[in-house]
Design a binder for this molecule. Structure first.
Ligand SMILES: [Zn+2]
Ligand SMILES: [Zn+2]
Ligand SMILES: [Zn+2]
Length: 89
């Protein structure tokens, strides 16, 4: 499998919301750490860098209102939350 095929596959999965890619310095292989089968989001602690897996229920609501207010059909999304974790608060 060539590298460009890998990137194309990743792009497609990302568009479907099945891969979450982190954009910070150590994010290179971060999407490998998660179960790709279970769609979820990441809340990343600014203090210690801990990553919490969070579910997607709020975005499903957002998707519904986007469709009713704007007629926009959401096919995929990528979202990441930042803040402080339980230990760092
Ligand atoms: Zn995760
Ligand atoms: Zn923390
Ligand atoms: Zn989601």
């Amino acid at each position: 499998m060539s590298l460009s095929t890998v990137y194309r596959t990743l792009d497609r999965l990302r568009a479907k919301g099945e891969v979450t890619e982190r954009s910070d310095a150590d994010g290179e292989a971060a999407f490998m750490l998660c179960e790709p089968a279970r769609h979820h989001h990441h809340a990343i602690c600014d203090e210690c860098g801990r990553v919490e897996d969070v579910d997607c229920t709020a975005i499903e609501q957002f998707s519904k209102s986007l469709r009713s207010l704007h007629g926009f059909e959401l096919d995929g999304h990528a979202m990441e939350f930042s803040g402080r974790c339980r230990a760092c608060r």
